[in-house]
Structure formats: structure tokens, C-alpha cells
Design a protein around this ligand. Sequence first.
Ligand code: PHE
Length: 335
Amino acid sequence: MSEIILKKWYDAIREAQSVESIEDIRISVFGKKGVLAEEFAKMKTASDEEKSKIAQELNIHKNELMNELNSRKIVLQTVELQEAMKAEAIDVSLFSSQSQAGALHPVIETMDRIVEYFSSMNFAIKTGNMVEDDFNNFEALNLPKYHPARDMQDTFYFKDEMLLRTHTSPVQIRTMMGTKPPIRMIAPGAVFRRDYDITHTPMFHQVEGLLVDEEGKVSFANLKYILEDFLKYMFGDVKVRFRPSFFPFTEPSAEVDISCVFCSGDGCRVCSKTGWLEVLGCGIVDPNVFEAVKYKNVSGYAFGLGVERFAMLIHQIGDLRSLFEGDIKLLEQFR
Ligand code: PHE
């Protein structure tokens, strides 16, 4: 193999600028019809003695060319990889006009704020079960068999006295059954009722509160203080009033109103011209409830509120159902 031919290919390898051109050279040199094949073919006409000499020489060149080719290929591959990485790199700091930011759902955001308040007051957070039994949802809460809440009209029933909880109050029962007093808890979560109109949806959220301590240690004044403070935290500078009411699991019971956040108490459509908005139910825990969970010599207060109602008042949302339609236009307003 002549020196000139050899030099030509060594130069070609050294000067190759891409993996692709290295492949071309490989084919030209080592391919079936390549330079080496041609050289080996020439041997046919040589004498036996010359044949082995030529073969030896050719094999040496073949190996050297192959080494040269492979090392150049590795260099070129590395360069090409680095260039590709540079070219394909994504600049995450680039501005995009199409970016769409998500937003917390107003119900979740409101629930978070409620939880934040009571956490700061040292209330533990309990979750309970959405699928409940008759005992926890009704019986232990002093809701007698004939109570209208048990009606098929209001409650989603499964078989065997199982149901979807109609309020978060069963979490009071579960917590007391599982822990000794004192208790200081809230229970945020979904509840279910068979209802659907402008102010009712079959699923909505409540936050329950329960505080239990030694007998005589918990008074209505304690309850009144914390709820007033809480409502001012949520709604700002509003007036708060307590109205006598009835719940089977509290005695005495009260409903709590705030001065209307829309008309500041002057009277408008939202507050039906009364100047007041009802926002939660509460009371002193009924002794029958403590008996059901076998608590002795204790006193306590409880309260319960609807999260959607709070969210609607805070964000001035008119139709409860709009909170559950998944319309991104609604959510975009709360970013
Ligand atoms: N569970 C009641 C309801 O769903 C609210 C409530 C809770 C009232 C605790 C008093 C005490 O309406």
C-alpha cells in the first residue's frame, strides 16, 4: 500500500469534522469495495512469498487506521453531544405570554384560613369518616329516631344503617370515643345532604369545633369569646350577635349572626333587609352526648359552620352552585 494513499486517509481522518464524515471514511477504507479490500485483492497475482509479506503489512495498516478512526470518532461524538446539549437547553427564566397560573379554590382557601385561626388557638385537626354509621352521625348526638334529619329526604343512606355523614358532628363522637378529656379539636371536611338549589348542593364543607374540659371549666362566655374573635378574624370589623336556637346535641344552643357584610347592617337583598347574616351554630355540649361517649364530670362547647357560606360572603359570590361547576373563569378571579 503506497505511502501516498496511506497519508491521504490519515489526513482525511484527522480533518474529519463530524461523526457522519468519519462513517463515510470507514466505508471508503474498510467497506466491501473499500481501499483495503482493493489492496488485498491485488495480492492474488503476487507470489506466495510476497503474499504473506503484503498481508502482514496490510494488517498493520488496517489496525492503525482503525485505531486512528475510532479515537477521532470519540472526540467528534463528544463535541457533537456538547453542542446538542447547548442547543437544546431550556431557559426556564424566559418570559412566556401564555403562562396560566392556577389558583386555590375559594372554598379551600377559606377552609385554610379557618383552620389557621383555630390552629393558632391550639385546636387539633381531626378528619373522621365521610361514610358514617347511624350511631356516630345521629344516635350518639342525641338525634332521636324521629328526628327529621334522619329522613330519607335529607340523608344519603347505604344499607345496614350506613350513610354519608350529614354534618361534621360525628367527628366529635369519634374523637371523644378515642381519647380522654381534655379535648380541643376542629374537624374540617365534606358533608352530604339530598338538596340542590341556589343555596344547597348535595356535597358541601363544614368545620366542626369541640372543646371539653373538667366540669365547670367551660362556659358559654368562653364560647362567645372565641367565636367573636374568630368571626372578626374572618370578616373584619363586624358586629356579632347570638340568638337562642336548638340543636339536639347542645343545650343551650345558639345561632350566630354577623352584621351584613354587603350593606354594613343597613338592610339589603342578601340579608333580607334584616342587616344580619347567619353564619354558624353552636352551644354547650348536651349531657346526653357525654353519656353516649361515657365521659363523666366534664363540660364543653361545640360549634359548626358551613365553609361555602363563609367563602360566598367573603368573596361576594351569589350562587352556591357556581363553586362546583369547575369554571376556570370563576377561579381566575381569585388568583
Ligand atoms: N351540626 C350542626 C349542623 O350541621 C352544626 C352544629 C355543630 C351546631 C355543633 C352546634 C354545635 O347544622
